[in-house]
Write a protein that binds this ligand. Structure first.
Ligand code: NDP
Length: 294
């Protein structure tokens, strides 16, 4: 028996063990994928444990994606650009760090969202780990422009500064989270990506509708999203308040589950060398969410 797992803290209801195990079982691989809850002060010991011959590797999630980097032997170029690792591969006791969120985002956008980002104007809201991966993907794909809007403006500016070297011909800029800047950013855009946690199950507020939307409601209701693809990275709930409002305002919408599955499929291929059964993974994740009532 060999082992894989996901390292995070706190690890509430991670879907990875469900859909990765479904894929491993489908291919009759004698591998167990487990949840490995790991508080920050236990990270170093956990990473040492990954060097054991029976361990193929791991996924890494909040809050360890950045802090794990110095504990690894090697990281690829994409990790250096994004500044985060979500996949570790154990090769004969040496640990290699990768980031499959970028690829997962691009695959979901193209295959599930039906949108090719090359040459498009894009608005990204959020400036955390997920936004770094999304912006790296958009730059890699040759978007015409990427506007980053975040509640804390200085973090949007930092993201743009971090990514500037990879921007190439893409116009990359940070804008404050104000209605007039949203209007400017969305003018001519084809895609809006929500990389904030606003609207996620744990953060849902029943007070004001405004608080559950990362985009000011006056902007959503002004028709500025009509015709756009609104890609919300959140997958709990399946239909976020932003997606519901955007749909009413004439946008197409895509939730975060396809990205989660595609990043997991890329990790699966790195560990096993086998093509991931994406449909099996998606069905397992959807069933788990249905059982939860998400
Ligand atoms: P981080 O904690 O790194 O970033 C959170 C972001 O949300 C920040 O930009 C923060 O803004 C913003 N934010 C939080 N609360 C509010 C609020 N009340 N109003 C406005 N902005 C707010 O998280 P991640 O980047 O890792 O993840 C972001 C989301 O993406 C999560 O919901 C996560 O589940 C999802 N995700 C989905 C993936 C998938 O595969 N589908 C993959 C990775 C992430 P500020 O800087 O001002 O604090």
């Amino acid at each position: 028996m060999q082992y894989l797992g996901v390292i995070g803290h706190p690890m509430k209801r991670s879907l990875s063990p469900v859909f990765q195990q479904a894929a491993l079982d489908h291919l009759r691989l004698d591998i167990a994928y487990q949840a490995w809850p790991t508080p920050p002060d236990g990270l170093e010991t956990r990473i040492i444990g990954l060097r054991a011959p029976a361990v193929l590797g791991a996924n890494v999630t909040i809050p360890h994606k950045e802090t794990v980097i110095p504990l690894l032997d090697e990281v690829d170029d994409l990790v250096r650009r994004v500044g985060a690792v979500n996949t570790i591969v154990n090769k004969d006791g040496r640990l290699h760090g990768h980031n499959t969120d970028v690829n997962g985002f691009l695959r979901a956008l193209r295959q599930d969202g039906g949108l090719e980002p090359a040459g498009q104007r894009v608005v990204v809201t959020g400036a955390g780990g997920a936004a770094h991966a999304v912006v790296a993907g958009l730059l890699q794909a040759g978007a015409a422009s990427v506007c980053v809007i975040n509640r804390t403006f200085i973090r949007a500016e930092k993201l743009v500064a971090d990514m500037r070297a990879a921007a190439g011909a893409t116009k990359l800029q940070a804008l404050p989270d104000r209605p007039e800047d949203w209007r400017k950013a969305l003018n001519g855009a084809a895609l809006l990506v929500n990389c904030t946690s606003v609207g996620s199950e744990g953060a849902l507020s029943d007070s004001a509708e405004e608080k559950n939307s990362p985009v000011p409601l006056e902007i959503v209701n002004s028709g500025a999203l009509a015709g756009l693809l609104v890609f919300d990275l959140i997958y709990r709930p399946a239909l976020t308040p932003l997606m519901a409002a955007a749909q009413r305002a004439g946008a197409r919408v895509l939730g975060g589950l396809p990205m989660l599955i595609h990043q997991g499929a890329s990790s699966f291929q790195m560990w096993t060398g086998r093509e991931a059964p994406v449909d099996i993974m998606l069905t397992a994740a959807q069933d788990a969410l249905l059982r939860e009532g998400a």
